[in-house]
Write a protein that binds this ligand. Structure first.
Ligand code: NAD
Length: 364
């Protein structure tokens, strides 16, 4: 099948690699030719090992099925296109409208958006029915999940998207309802937000150390560092449009993060954020400080209940989303079964009384 990806950044280059690995011909489009050059080098030099490590082949030489262009017209005969341009509604909306002039009417466009909805992105397109959430976890190659949704998406577009997800070796999770931020992004937003409230009580090392001690692969503040302080603050603002202050940090932590942003301490990409980084390795220092991470865990379970209540998925699906999206083997409802609903609810009630933070407002 002829496919395309728009946006050759962190996500787009891996999504293009996965499509090519499944035997599709792929055109990767970016406005920045340097980004395309970097993606080309990555596909030739690093993609085969990344696919092999994830147990996905490689299937022949995927780089031979990829080409690169700065012009959207190169996607003219593509049947399935993924957009992975930056998380800005105006940009994505404009792109979808531009694609109308290029693609056949029955071509499908998957959006990798983390905090917008397919319907909002399709608002200026004459073909909202072809736009579908096609959301990968980061890193896209090893994480075995693609979330799919779209209130206005046609059955044909959704079916093709499920087919593509399976063909590239991912487990498609079709969400029951379209919401800003999909399942994984909401679960992740809840623990990152809770961790920024817990910064009023403890140091980053104590919070993340305690999270790792109970089995988190990465602590929540390492996760903020990983995606970048700038991206995290933009996501918080973005989600506030739909969810009010539910994922908002307290003013003290917001100021702290804004200061870090001004100082260029953005996390992994600048070598320092809440923690120091050695390349892609986060250095979480040991600390003697004791900290009980239950409120962060309780916020995660609380958000899982919200997802069920909103009709995004049943508890089994929500567990599956976290396990596959984090590469772990424990979902929020497994955690609830282990720690007890009452224990977690008490932690939420206590922290909600102390802070008034929406993330701790118990829904179960
Ligand atoms: P990125 O900044 O690494 O890459 C975006 C690329 O898009 C850049 O190379 C940029 O030059 C290009 N671009 C900008 N405007 C363009 C245009 N008009 N046409 C073509 N290319 C254009 O971004 P990213 O982290 O890969 O994120 C892309 C999308 O994936 C976002 O919607 C983001 O929310 C989503 N997402 C990101 C992650 C993550 O952890 N990074 C995880 C899941 C989903």
């Amino acid at each position: 099948m002829r496919t395309g990806v728009v946006g050759a950044g962190v996500m787009g280059r891996d999504i293009a690699g996965l499509l090519a690995n499944a035997g599709n011909s792929v055109t990767l489009v970016d406005v920045d030719s340097d980004a395309l050059d970097a993606a080309r080098t990555y596909h030739r030099e690093e993609l085969p090992d990344a696919l092999a490590e994830a147990g996905l082949g490689p299937n022949g030489t995927p780089a031979e099925r990829l080409d690169y262009d700065t012009d959207l017209d190169a996607l003219a005969d593509a049947r399935f296109v993924v957009e992975a341009v930056p998380e800005r509604l105006d940009l994505k909306r404009g792109l979808l409208a531009d694609l109308d002039a290029v693609l056949d009417p029955d071509a499908v466009v998957g959006t990798n958006t983390s905090s917008l909805t397919p319907s909002a992105i399709a608002a200026d397109s004459a073909h909202a029915e072809r736009v579908v959430l096609f959301h990968f976890a980061n890193p896209a190659i090893p994480r075995d999940i693609v979330e799919i949704s779209g209130d206005e998406t046609s059955t044909a577009a959704r079916d093709l998207t499920v087919e593509v997800a399976e063909a590239i070796g991912k487990h498609p999770v079709v969400l029951g309802a379209e919401y800003r931020a999909n399942g994984l992004s909401r679960l992740s937003a809840s623990i990152k937000c809770a961790a920024t409230w817990e910064l009023l009580e403890a140091s980053p090392a104590a919070i993340d150390g305690a999270a790792q001690a109970i089995g988190f692969e990465r602590g929540p503040l390492e996760f903020v560092d990983l995606i970048g302080l700038d991206v995290h603050l933009a996501t918080v603002d973005n989600l506030a449009e739909a969810y009010g202050d539910r994922y908002a940090p307290p003013p003290e932590s917001r100021e702290r993060m804004e200061r870090m942003r001004e100082e260029g301490r953005l996390g992994m990409k600048t070598g320092e954020g809440f923690f120091e980084w050695d390349g892609e390795t986060c250095i979480v220092p040991d600390t003697d400080e004791t900290y009980d991470v239950t409120p962060v865990v309780a916020a995660l379970v609380n958000e899982a209940h919200r997802l069920v209540r909103d009709g995004v998925g049943d508890p089994e699906t929500v567990d599956d989303i976290l396990e596959r999206g984090s590469g772990g083997d424990v979902g929020p409802f497994d955690v609830e079964a282990m720690l007890g609903e009452e224990y977690l609810r008490e932690a939420l009630v206590r922290r909600h009384e102390e802070t008034g933070a929406g993330v701790y407002d118990p829904v179960f």
